[in-house]
Structures are given as C-alpha cells and as structure tokens.
Design a protein around this ligand. Structure first.
Ligand code: ATP
Length: 225
C-alpha cells in the first residue's frame, strides 16, 4: 500500500507552448486515465514520471509517490512499474525465469523466490507454465505474464501505456478486467494512457486530458474544433 501518486503543479511545455498541466492525486488502487490526441503530451508525461523527460521540454512541479518526492531519483529508485503494448518478455528465458528476473533482490532464498513465481503464475491462471518458452504462449497469456512480471517488482505505482492496443477485441475485453482487478486488489495507484474510450470506461476512474480537462471539456473542445 502507498499513499498514492500525487502530481502537484506538474507543467510541461515545449518551446513555451503548454502541453501538460496536472494537479491530481491518484489514490491506491485507483486508475486515472489520460486521453488526448496524438502529440498532446501523454508519452512526455510518462517519461517525466519515470525520470527520463528529454531536455527539450520545460518542466515544473513535484511528483510525490507514497509521500516521497521523486525529484533527483533515478528510474529504478522510483519504484514505478511500466506496462506497454509490447510485452517485452525475454525470448531466451522460460516464463518462470522471466518472472524470477523481476523479483526484488530483497526476497532471499531459492524456495521463497520459487514460491513467489508460482503464486504469480497461479494468479495469472497459468499454473504449471513456468518452464514454457514465451514464444509458445498466446497473446493473452503473454500479456498476463507481462503484468505479473511488472507486479512482482513490487511497484509503488504503475504506468500503463496503451497496454491493450495490439490485442483483438475479445481478448482486449477479458484482459482489461484481469489487469484492473489486480491493480485494485494490490492497491497500486495507476495511470493509464489510451486512445480507447472502452479502456477508459473499464478502468472505472477519472478521465482527463494532459491539460487536466475532464471528459466534458474534452467533448466540448472536440465539438468546437
Ligand atoms: N525528444 C523530443 N524533442 C522535441 N520534441 C519532442 C520530443 N519528443 C516528443 N516531442 C514532441 O512533443 C509533443 C508531445 O509528444 P508526445 O509523444 O508526448 O505526444 P503523445 O500525446 O504521446 O502522442 P501519441 O498519442 O501520438 O503517442 C509532440 O509535438 C512531439 O512531436
């Protein structure tokens, strides 16, 4: 459990043009959805949160995770987990080894580490899959392993960048439920970037654009443009 992820006066501009303006706290287990057109600053916001914003951008504000100011911390020290559309499982490692790789070094002992991997596989409804080659898994199975791998790192917050966009409609629907259920169960604050209104609805939380405008304001802006 954490106190959540707080963006306090976070501003990002490019050559003086405001891209991101957010003052928001994401509670443990809450998913905040960021929707906005291409080029509106969604990826730049994620890069800022992981501590890798390119120097071309002007940035201000504070990001607090569990009450801790992330300024000056490197990507690993931030304890932020990432989930992208490409699951990026290591192809030359078994499913179990992919999961074990993500375990925190503080979890000591072979037996304890094996148990943690087995529990994650069970939670992913993939008990007995530890020795499988990732290439032999279906798309949905790979996605579930990827989420478990991210969660095994015990992230204090999660960033989801179009995590379902490569999946077909049926799979997308079942995976959404799987992902959001586990985020809620673990009490991790999460930020979802998506173009898909159904993803946003399934996330069940607030929806804003990178300038912090809610869904009503976005619809109005779209109708005027
Ligand atoms: N390294 C960079 N240097 C200069 N400009 C950049 C850099 N990276 C992105 N930009 C510009 O910053 C703006 C915001 O880009 P960003 O990738 O954050 O948008 P996005 O909302 O994630 O778009 P998409 O939905 O297409 O992924 C765009 O105008 C983009 O061209």
């Amino acid at each position: 459990m954490t106190d959540g992820l707080s963006l306090e006066g976070v501003r990002i501009a490019l050559r003086g043009v405001p891209l991101v303006s957010l003052d928001v706290r994401i509670a443990p287990g809450e998913v905040l959805t960021i929707m906005g057109p291409s080029g509106s600053g969604k990826s730049t916001l994620l890069s800022l949160l992981v501590g890798a914003c390119p120097p071309e951008f002007e940035t201000r504000g504070r990001v607090l995770l569990g009450g801790r100011d992330l300024a000056g911390l490197g990507p690993r020290e931030r304890r932020i987990g990432l989930l992208f559309q490409d699951d990026l499982l290591f192809p030359h490692m078994s499913v179990g080894a992919n999961l074990a790789f993500a375990l925190p070094p503080s979890l000591r002992g072979r037996a304890a580490r094996r148990r943690a991997v087995e529990a994650a596989l069970e939670d992913a409804e993939l008990a007995g899959f530890a020795d499988r080659d990732p290439a032999t898994l279906s798309g949905g199975q790979r996605s579930r392993v990827a989420l478990m791998r991210t969660l095994l790192g015990e992230p204090q917050a999660l960033l989801l960048d179009e995590p379902f966009s490569r999946l077909d409609a049926d799979l997308r629907e079942s995976l959404r439920g799987f992902v959001f259920d586990r985020i809620r169960a673990r009490g991790v604050p999460a930020l979802l970037v998506t173009h898909d209104a159904e993803d946003a609805a399934a996330a069940g939380g607030r929806v804003v654009d990178p300038l912090g405008r809610g869904a009503g304001a976005q619809a109005k802006a779209a109708s005027l443009s």
